[in-house]
Design a protein around this ligand. Structure first.
Ligand SMILES: NC(=O)c1ccc[n+]([C@@H]2O[C@H](COP(=O)([O-])OP(=O)(O)OC[C@H]3O[C@@H](n4cnc5c(N)ncnc54)[C@H](O)[C@@H]3O)[C@@H](O)[C@H]2O)c1
Length: 358
């Protein structure tokens, strides 16, 4: 029996709704597999914790998380707390503190889900976006001076280091190499940003030499939005900076049908620290408490977590169950269905356990 210690941080908005659905599905998988066990400890950190204590998580938060096998995260953000406080108070300190430098975001059109792209069918859009997750535009460098005066200045400095760029390129080339098409697109903006982004391109070309079997090309980020929309079949693995991939992966989620199906994994490839798995979406204030949040993104990221833990079979069973339930039309309203979060979750649990019986 393999036991995995999972730290759940449901946090804000629909986070608790989709994480509790995900835990139900994980426990069903454990029951079906018979040889794995999940011990889930929930941390009630987030915006309510901030309102009570003035911080999003305790000062020793990372120390409390460090010995877990993985972190299962919901979403942060509350209407009455500034977004930079919530993000920089919880999610980013975990990503940066645990050096989860590879942010991996798979996207494909699941059966039964309609893409807003007229011609897109399952199989035509099947991407993995690799986002640099430790530096770039979100490194936190910059500042403000002369606050409130006419001469006030604000700077937001993008940091690109040879170490940071080389390791994410290497990760992306390896991932591309492991996929059937062995195809990588490096997203850049080196026409307008002539320092860090030119170094980014140069390092991509250097790393490419170690992967002669991977075909790769380079795309300006603005042109990339056009290619994603008009020629989705021409893409496979994609690597981009922290900001560029943040934006492109929301577009990817929407093109695959809804933000509610898009997962993400914040990986420490060297496995020094726990990696963190979460849906891409935020707190979704407009649907919080209505019971209609799409839990598919939180199921898919749970499958990424299982893969990271080496439980490939459980991950495959989970994704097959999700696809079967979507194909049967049991879906939440954001993807055109009428089902509630609970009904989708129960259908996935039943499908997983049904296989055990057959
Ligand atoms: N990783 C994170 O924790 C994260 C990511 C993005 C935004 N946020 C925060 O969330 C808050 C709201 O941000 P936003 O409105 O820009 O983005 P959002 O992702 O919360 O919502 C955007 C739209 O997508 C819909 N949506 C999102 N997830 C869904 C799901 N699972 N099922 C059905 N519909 C879903 C919402 O209803 C909304 O209409 C802000 O405070 C923001 O800072 C947090």
């Amino acid at each position: 029996m393999k036991k995995y210690a999972i730290a759940a941080i449901p946090a804000d908005g629909i986070g608790p709704e989709v994480i509790s659905a995900g835990i139900d599905v994980l426990q069903a998988l454990a029951q079906r597999q018979g040889n794995i066990e999940f011990s889930v400890q929930t941390f009630e950190w987030g915006s309510d914790y901030y309102k009570a204590h003035g911080v999003m998580m305790p000062e020793d938060g990372l120390a409390q998380l460090k010995d877990f096998d993985a972190i299962y995260f919901g979403a942060v953000g509350a209407p009455d707390v500034p977004d930079h406080t919530t993000l920089w108070g919880l999610r980013l300190p975990i990503c940066q503190g645990f050096d989860q430098y590879a942010n991996v975001r798979p996207t494909r059109i699941l059966p039964g889900i309609q893409s807003p792209l007229r011609k897109a069918v399952p199989g035509m859009l099947d991407w993995v976006i690799v986002r640099e997750n430790s530096e770039g535009e979100y490194s936190g460098h910059g500042g403000r001076a002369h606050k409130g005066l006419p001469e006030e200045v604000g700077t937001e400095v993008a940091i690109f280091t040879r170490t940071g760029v080389t390791r994410i390129m290497r990760y992306a080339f390896q991932l591309a190499q492991s996929r059937p098409r062995k195809l990588l697109t490096v997203v850049t903006k080196s026409n307008a940003q002539r320092h860090g982004m030119v170094m980014w391109d140069e390092i991509a070309a250097e790393v490419a030499q170690d992967f002669p079997d991977v075909s790769w090309d380079k795309m300006l980020v603005d042109a990339m939005t056009v290619r994603m929309t008009l020629h989705p079949e021409s893409l496979d693995t994609i690597v981009a900076t922290n900001l560029h991939a943040d934006i492109l992966s929301d577009l990817a989620g929407a093109l695959a049908g809804s933000l509610g199906v898009a997962p993400t994994a914040n990986i420490d490839p060297e496995r020094r620290f726990p990696s963190m798995f979460e849906p891409i979406h935020g707190s979704a204030f407009d649907i919080t408490g209505k019971g209609i949040a799409n839990p598919v993104a939180s199921f898919w990221t749970a499958a990424q977590m299982l893969e990271h833990l080496g439980e490939q079979e459980a991950a495959t069973v989970l994704m097959a169950a999700v696809e079967q339930v979507c194909a049967a039309g049991i879906m939440t309203p954001d993807v055109g269905g009428k089902a509630t979060t609970r009904e989708v979750t129960q259908a996935v649990v039943k499908t997983i356990l049904g296989w055990q019986e057959s």
